[in-house]
Design a protein around this ligand. Structure first.
Ligand code: ZN
Length: 95
């Protein structure tokens, strides 16, 4: 996953995970209005698992994550990069 300016988000995500550091860019979870209720129900289902280390917990969490898109702010050029399930969109901040 690259920004149009060439910045590699994945490269920096891998580096941060390896060093157990935060990502060097701002990132947000984005859930569409249409799926928001289903997302919340999936999150609630996951949180109701007593064992947060269990396969069932991660399975339920994975279902909730399936509703999640992400928005990254490129630290090089400031573009907003919306990563959706099947596509990526780029936006330039005006002011
Ligand atoms: Zn960029």
């Amino acid at each position: 996953m690259h920004c149009k300016c060439g910045y590699s988000f994945l490269k920096h995500i891998r580096k941060a995970l390896k060093k157990q550091q935060k990502y060097p860019f701002k990132s947000y979870a984005v859930i569409s209005d249409e799926e928001y209720t289903d997302f919340l129900q999936a999150e609630i289902d996951a949180l109701q698992c007593e064992n947060k280390q269990s396969y069932d917990f991660y399975k339920r969490l994975g279902r909730a994550a399936g509703y999640t898109n992400s928005m990254h702010i490129c630290p090089e050029c400031g573009r907003l990069v919306l990563v959706k399930k099947k596509s990526t969109e780029f936006y330039v901040k005006e002011d």
